[in-house]
Design a protein around this ligand. Structure first.
Ligand code: C5P
Length: 285
């Protein structure tokens, strides 16, 4: 029996624009995504001699076919002509669920990378990302990681210069948002503010953290905030204690703030902890 180990890293959306509804019911997006150092750990046993199984240390996470990590193992085995029996996947969960941080997608991507490495890297990282699109919209980016422009459903990736080094505070409120419902809602509202992708790209190219922070823009943020005013409270704390920029990530409900010094992050974190148990300090990776 062999055991594989792989890190599954969370993502944040620095920008997120919804361009329109497609014939397949999905939406075309344009988003700059960033990997951050909040991480699940994936262990995979191969050759257990038993039927496949999946375990997760956190309650409430499905451990059957609905788990994206399992779907990833199945898709990889199908494509490579392998039998998924004898695979045991164990997930140590740290990425908050229903946060807009791609937790399930990160686990799926880690499974794809680990299995591909085990079999001698028959698929390139871009081919693996393409395979990831069959599993979920965020999986291709989670395979590649770093800083990328993501388009289409999320499967068209272009690498961008690394995000400048900084500290990021993430706060996950208790409430959750249904992603399909949010996409339905956004079809009905007029989007007032859209990201300026050219400005974001040149900020990244220049390594200018302040410009990156000022160009954060997520079209879902005002839609979710209008239903959950506590996001304004979190953002006001970010603002009050000197964050350079802040917004909600993906379809929420986590919000993040970019700060330039660890001391500032620690103060924000302490202030939030009084009301929010799920506060994290991380870095771009
Ligand atoms: O692909 P994923 O499972 O992350 O998407 C969840 C849901 O979000 C989809 O079922 C769809 O309703 C919506 N979605 C969308 N357009 C996208 C991504 C997601 O409409 N590009």
């Amino acid at each position: 029996m062999t055991t594989l180990y792989e890190g599954a890293f969370a993502k944040l959306n620095l920008t997120l624009d919804v361009l329109g509804k497609r014939d397949d019911g999905y939406h075309d997006l344009k988003s700059v995504m960033q990997t951050v150092s909040i991480r699940d750990d994936i262990e995979i046993d191969i050759g257990t001699g038993k039927p496949w199984c999946l375990k997760c240390d956190k309650e409430g996470i499905p451990t059957d076919e609905r788990n994206l990590a399992w779907k990833a193992a199945k898709v990889y085995c199908d494509v490579m002509g392998k039998n998924p029996d004898g695979i045991e996947i164990r997930i140590t969960k740290r990425i908050p669920s229903e946060a807009g941080m791609g937790g399930g997608s990160a686990d799926a991507a880690a499974v794809l990378r680990a299995l591909n490495r085990h079999y001698g890297d028959p698929l390139s990282i871009m081919a693996l990302a393409e395979l990831g699109a069959q599993i979920g919209s965020d999986v291709p980016f989670c395979v590649v990681c770093g800083t990328c422009m993501c388009e289409g459903r999320g499967e068209q990736l272009r690498r961008l210069p690394d995000m400048p080094d900084c500290i990021i505070v993430v706060c996950k409120p208790e409430f959750s948002v249904s992603t399909p419902e949010l996409y339905r809602k956004i079809d009905e509202v007029a989007i007032a503010n859209r990201p300026d992708h050219q400005a974001m790209e040149s900020a990244l190219l220049a390594g200018d953290l302040e410009k990156v922070a000022h160009n954060l823009c997520n079209v879902f943020d005002p839609v979710v905030t209008s239903d959950h005013l506590e996001l304004n409270y979190i953002k006001s704390l970010f603002h009050q204690y000197g964050a350079v920029g802040y917004q909600m990530t993906g379809s929420g409900s986590a919000c993040f703030a970019i700060v330039s010094e660890f001391e500032v992050a620690a103060v924000i974190c302490n202030m939030l902890k009084a009301n929010y148990p799920n506060v994290y300090i991380c870095k771009p990776v």
